[in-house]
Design a protein around this ligand. Structure first.
Ligand SMILES: [Zn+2]
Length: 275
């Protein structure tokens, strides 16, 4: 029912030039409707329409922000970005992972839509915390195997369980490749209500319970190399990235401002790349 309504709205806008929301905006709005059917049923008058009747403004119309500069500016906060901005870069799901000499050109997914995420996952720490549950994680630390907290909203908890099952079913050779990356690491984390590292005015995806750091200490993160000439670094195998992407997670290694240990549930960036 919800999908049918969304499709009808898209059809309506596409054949009604008088209302003229441009095609790119409609394409991006559809990504949210398709990715989050529990929350969005359509797009109307420049707003995403929610299942409980709210209207979330989609695009503030400012296309001259200079996204790369803004995303790297430590003083820019959540409130600078709208849902349309968060889809500024297309996410190249399923493609060959970047190489040391051929780094990513943009940061697809590193901008988050705060109004949408606080609506879906909770506006306060206590709202968000109530929605978490422990999820079995296939990775392990040096001393133990355990679980991590993830939100139950949008089935993110179940998506991570599906990732864990695929990892556990890998061949012994592939599991060997994950030693020190995902198995027997110093630490990993899921839910953690905090700002983005080095960006105190931006809410981390971990605060919503939608992100996983598979190896907290021993990984590559652009912030660790600030002040040095730019160099892309990566130790994540393609097959692990593929597994996460199949279940709705994007990877921080596809960002120019890379965060190799980081995976984040962002199906709105994946709906155009069915596997
Ligand atoms: Zn992370």
């Amino acid at each position: 029912m919800t999908k049918r309504f969304a499709l009808l709205l898209l059809l309506f806008f596409s054949i009604c030039p008088a209302l003229h929301a441009d095609d790119d905006t409609l394409r991006k709005a559809w990504c949210y409707i398709e990715a989050y059917p529990d929350f969005f049923i359509g797009y109307e008058d420049g707003c995403l329409v929610t299942t409980d009747g709210r209207r979330i403004p989609f695009d503030d119309g400012n296309r001259s922000k200079g996204y790369t500069r803004m995303i790297e500016d430590h003083c820019v906060g959540d409130d600078a970005f709208d849902p349309e901005d968060a889809l500024h870069w297309d996410y190249p799901a399923g493609s060959k992972i970047p190489a040391l000499g051929k780094p990513p050109v943009g940061d697809p997914g590193r901008i988050r839509p705060p109004e949408i995420f606080t609506y879906m996952y909770g506006a306060t720490k206590s709202d968000r915390r109530k929605k978490m549950r422990p999820v079995h994680w296939a990775g392990s630390t040096v001393s133990h195997e355990s679980s991590m907290l993830m939100t139950t909203v949008n089935g993110v908890d179940k998506a991570l369980e599906a990732v864990s099952r695929e990892i556990e079913n890998l061949s012994a050779a592939k599991k060997e490749d994950l030693e020190g990356i995902l198995f027997h690491v110093d630490a990993y984390s899921g839910y953690y209500d905090r700002p983005v590292r080095d960006y105190p005015q931006r809410t981390s995806a971990h605060a919503y319970g939608i992100a996983v750091d598979v190896n907290w200490d021993d990984s590559y993160f652009i912030g660790s190399h600030r002040g040095e000439p730019y160099r892309y670094r990566n130790n994540m195998p393609q097959f692990l990235v593929d597994i996460f992407e199949r279940h709705g997670f994007i990877w921080g290694g596809r960002w120019r401002n890379y965060d190799i240990m980081h995976f984040e549930y962002r199906p709105e960036l994946l709906v155009y790349h069915p596997r």
